[in-house]
Design a binder for this molecule. Structure first.
Ligand SMILES: Nc1ncnc2c1ncn2[C@@H]1O[C@H](COP(=O)(O)OP(=O)(O)OP(=O)(O)O)[C@@H](O)[C@H]1O
Ligand SMILES: [Mg+2]
Ligand SMILES: [Zn+2]
Length: 580
């Protein structure tokens, strides 16, 4: 038989932040101006009757209130915190009859609070002072507020109020004016580090400085948060604190990965950027955090770029910041920071943040695809070839272009248009070549169509919102043809597409599946597709399909041209069908 004695129970786990609430003023991390002023007041007997502790969560307001209560009641004299006398111990345990903690957020009962406040007139039981600690005081009901106000006007000698709040602006001016106010600030990284180390050493945990830095960056100045984060990591990793575990638990990317992402962005390597994004999404990376981290890294680049000094760096190591600053000038760093700041703001207004992040990455990459204008170069060599060399995205596109036959060729002589000349389509004179002919023949050599960038852009600039909307509204009507013996398959394929761009003569549909994209673009299917569109919408329209990547690339091209001021004007673009 097994008898379990009471003392044999493994003690219930107590969170680090509760175990390590500072028990003396000396243990408080940061807030030194407050500690010093209060210690002085206690030493000189200039004790106020009401204090207001305002500041962010988990930065030591309640802690400090309890320390003040102890310093007022310790049996060894005012200002002491022996933590051994009856008063100190009872305050530490939360059982002292003269130190009353009221949580206005959970204790909304007016009567209860009023009752407590009513008792101020009675003398103390154990200590010298009755201390009322009212947490989240801005949450008090108006009735309770009034009761408090009356007492604050004429407090008895032996009563001290300590009000704490994260939202001081919500407190009535009549209350504010009766309190001595202390504003707690976020705890500095260095102070958090020092405190964390004390705790890790007491707990016999081996650690690595970089892992502590990560915890600090997650805590964002909150000491309680830092300790909770530490708790979570240690629950997973045991008695070691290392970088990998912190990254895994909080779904973070390493600094190396973030730097690699920035490198791809500044090299305009959109494919690599998008591949990286897919793996973040797969791993469940905290995208908001990643956005913020990129911002902080670029801030480091900007700080280094403007000051030439590495001592103000927040995240990046010296070598890394130097490498990045070599490639990102201050103006571009500033532009990138602005885009990331906007994105962080916009996250608050969207339900799905991944697509927003995706667009942000593309925007960032597009900054680096703009030709750098150097006045000397412009003066000496204002030639078209110069510009071409500086547009890596377009260059790469051409290398990667499949050899499939373009369906759309600039007029007038289709056969003679050289393939490698496509870059010139985006040169300043592009307006002159804007007529676009959708060239459809049964006798194409390849079996499927491939659309080129220029045509994409032409369809985009001539797109019409109202046509697209009316098409979208009636999209479900395609279902009617789903059972059609000849056109059913095609109609079903169309239903799955998402109209991306719709002009009066052509439409680009986006599909998730590559195999459907391939089928849609088969030359032999175009007739049926047009038949279905004509039957259901009464329009003659060429339909072209792209996958997600194609859709992004097409939007990217559009944005690049827009930023370069080289988009063709809609009224100069003429799209014609040929050959059907
Ligand atoms: N300045 C600090 N120095 C040392 N530890 C701190 C400090 N601030 C917070 N802590 C740790 O966090 C825990 C919670 O702190 P505390 O209750 O004082 O925060 P608070 O400012 O009152 O937060 P809230 O606004 O959420 O009430 C403490 O028990 C302690 O472990
Ligand atoms: Mg508190
Ligand atoms: Zn004591």
């Amino acid at each position: 038989m097994c008898i379990i004695k009471k003392g044999d129970y493994k003690m219930a786990y107590k969170a680090l932040y509760r175990t390590y609430r500072p028990s003396t003023f000396e243990e408080v991390a940061g807030q030194q101006h407050i500690v010093k002023t209060i210690k002085n007041a206690l030493a000189t007997g200039k004790i106020a009757h009401a204090y207001l502790f305002a500041g962010p969560r988990g930065t030591g307001k309640t802690t400090m209130a309890k320390l003040v209560a102890k310093a007022l009641n310790c049996e060894h004299g005012i200002g002491c915190q022996c933590n051994e006398c009856k008063n100190c111990q009872a305050i530490n345990d939360g059982t002292h009859p003269d130190v009353l903690e009221i949580d206005a957020a959970s204790n909304n009962g007016v009567d209860e609070i009023r009752d407590l406040i009513d008792k101020v007139k009675y003398g103390t039981i154990l200590g010298r002072y009755k201390v009322y600690i009212i947490d989240e005081v801005h949450m008090m009901t108006p009735g309770a507020f009034n009761a408090l106000l009356k007492t604050l006007e004429e407090p008895p000698e032996h009563v001290i109020f300590i009000l704490a709040t994260t939202e001081p602006h919500k407190i009535l001016p009549t209350i504010l004016s009766r309190c001595q106010r202390y504003d707690f600030s976020k705890v500095s990284d260095e102070d958090i580090r020092e405190r964390i180390k004390v705790i890790l050493e007491k707990e016999n945990i081996t650690y690595n400085e970089d892992a502590i830095s990560l915890v600090i960056s997650l805590a964002d100045g909150g000491m309680r948060d830092a300790l909770s984060i530490l708790d979570q990591v240690l629950a997973y990793s045991g008695d070691k604190l290392n970088v990998k575990d912190v990254l895994d638990i909080f779904a973070l990317e390493s600094n190396e990965e973030k730097i690699a992402l920035i490198e791809s962005i500044i090299h305009g390597d959109v494919n690599d950027v998008l591949n990286r994004l897919s793996s973040y999404i797969e791993r469940g990376t905290d995208i908001k955090r990643l956005t913020n981290d990129l911002l902080l890294m670029l801030k480091d680049v900007l700080i280094y770029g403007t000051s030439g000094n590495t001592k103000y760096l927040q995240i990046l190591k010296e070598d890394d910041v130097r490498d990045l600053a070599d490639e990102i000038d201050n103006k571009k760093a500033m532009e990138m920071i602005t885009i990331l700041m906007e994105t962080l703001k916009d996250y608050k207004n969207v339900t799905a943040i991944n697509p927003l992040f995706e667009v942000t990455l593309l925007k960032l990459a597009s900054i680096h695809n703009q030709p750098t204008i150097r006045p000397s170069v412009i003066k000496e060599e204002p030639k078209v070839e110069e510009k071409v060399e500086k547009e890596p995205v377009f260059e790469r596109k051409i290398e990667e272009k499949p050899i499939a036959k373009p369906i759309i060729q600039p007029e007038p002589v289709v056969e003679e248009e050289p393939e490698e000349d496509q870059l010139s389509l985006f040169e300043d004179d592009s307006v002159a070549h804007d007529d676009t002919v959708l060239y459809i023949k049964d006798t194409e050599v390849d079996d499927h169509y491939e659309i080129d960038d220029k045509t994409m852009v032409n369809i985009m600039v001539t797109s019409k919102k109202d046509i697209k909307n009316s098409l979208l509204e009636n999209w479900k009507n395609l279902k009617r043809l789903a059972a059609h013996p000849k056109l059913g398959k095609t109609a079903s394929m169309l239903i799955d597409g998402r109209p991306l761009v719709v002009s009066s003569k052509a439409m680009i549909l986006e599909y998730q599946s590559d195999s459907v994209v391939e089928k849609m673009n088969l030359i032999k299917n175009q007739k049926d597709i047009q038949n279905v569109i004509r039957t259901v919408f009464g329009k003659k329209m060429f339909v072209f399909a792209v996958n997600r990547k194609g859709s992004i690339s097409c939007q990217q091209t559009y944005m690049n041209l827009l930023q370069l001021g080289r988009l063709p004007k809609a009224d100069t673009v003429n799209i014609e069908f040929v050959g059907d």
